[in-house]
Design a protein. Structure first.
Length: 254
């Protein structure tokens, strides 16, 4: 019996961005991204992998070319077709890269979310992002009770207001079907839950490479050792290693 430790190098292909109209007023929209751990000084997401779960505090990051100040609306739509948030946002004169915090109540419903940007009541751009379900809690497989609590959104609303009046304006036509599917997914545990997670993951991620921390049996496919790869954190880093000769000449003082 072999216990194998495989490390995957995943390519993140999120987020899926659709920009229908680049120009908003005098500004030009360059990009939209959703993530967590936003650095307000560097204006980047510190969650580089963009792994998002039900308890994530998400933000929208947008990039513009300069122009005069104007207003947009930002709508957050969950996998059930529910409008979690709809807020007006002012884009300032000097705004180039900034973020929008919807302050959503958690847990977020797992699945594919959509953020839509509206200008003068018209959807001009949108981005999709993935919220992955939990498969374990405290080291044990998720129970039915835990799945019901964690995978069906917050007990009340995502925010203090019901935004369902904007459903038609945002072009959400199949919300009944989406809601029924979301309820079914929210009950999944065991093999069904794992299969759902796999199906969601392949839509947003692809495997670029893999390595192993142990030598594999001969009948297994050839996989490089992690210490021999360039991308693994287990590969040697000469810049951070000091030989005994260096320490000897410096008397252990660096």
């Amino acid at each position: 019996m072999y216990v194998l430790f495989i490390v995957l190098n995943l390519i993140c292909i999120v987020n899926f961005v659709t920009i229908k109209h680049h120009r908003f007023h005098e500004h030009v929209l360059l990009n939209l991204q959703v993530g967590t751990d936003f650095d307000l000084k560097e204006l980047i997401f510190r969650n580089y992998a963009k792994w998002l779960g039900p308890d994530s505090k998400v933000r929208l990051r947008y990039m513009w070319r300069y122009g005069t100040a104007f207003n947009i609306a930002v709508a957050w739509i969950d996998p059930a077709g529910g409008i979690a948030s709809y807020q007006d946002v002012t884009i300032g004169v000097e705004t180039f890269t900034d973020s929008h915090n919807p302050n959503l109540n958690t847990p977020l419903r797992p699945g594919i979310w959509t953020v839509k940007v509206l200008y003068q009541l018209t959807v001009c751009a949108e981005v999709q992002f993935l919220v992955l379900p939990y498969s374990v809690q405290n080291g044990s497989p998720l129970t039915s009770q835990q799945a019901h609590k964690l995978h069906n959104g917050p007990s009340a609303l995502y925010s203090h207001t019901d935004f369902s009046e904007f459903t038609e304006k945002l072009g959400i036509k199949n919300y009944k079907e989406l809601g029924e599917t979301a309820v079914i997914n929210g009950r999944k545990t065991g093999v069904e839950l794992d299969s759902w997670i796999d199906a969601l993951t392949v839509e947003f991620w692809s495997i670029q490479d893999m390595c192993t921390t142990q030598h594999l049996p001969k009948d297994c496919p050839t996989v490089d050792m992690c210490k021999h790869t360039k991308w693994s954190s287990l590969s040697p880093d000469p810049k951070n290693e000091f030989s005994s000769k260096v320490l000897k000449h410096t008397r252990g003082i660096l």
